[in-house]
Design a protein. Structure first.
Length: 71
C-alpha cells in the first residue's frame, strides 16, 4: 500500500471534506481517503492505494466536485 499527499483548496467545512472524499474514492486504484481540513486554506488530501492512481483522473474528480487540486 502507498500513500500520496495532495493539496486541495476551496474546502471550508466537513461537508466539503465528505464531498472531496467521496469524489476521490471513486477514482480507480484509490483504497482510502483522509483529509486534513484547513478551512479557507490549503487542505491536505491523503490518498491510499494498492497501485498507481491516475493523477489526471484524480484531478478531474476533485475539479468536478467543485474544488481544486494543487500540484
Amino acid at each position: 500500500m502507498s500513500i500520496a499527499d495532495f493539496g486541495v483548496t476551496g474546502l471550508t467545512c466537513n461537508h466539503c471534506v465528505m464531498t472531496v472524499s467521496r469524489a476521490a474514492a471513486l477514482v480507480p486504484g484509490v483504497t482510502g481517503v483522509t483529509i486534513d481540513l484547513v478551512a479557507n486554506g490549503q487542505s491536505t488530501l491523503h490518498i491510499e492505494s494498492d497501485s498507481d492512481v491516475d493523477a489526471v483522473a484524480l484531478e478531474k474528480a476533485i475539479d468536478d466536485a467543485g474544488y481544486e487540486l494543487v500540484h
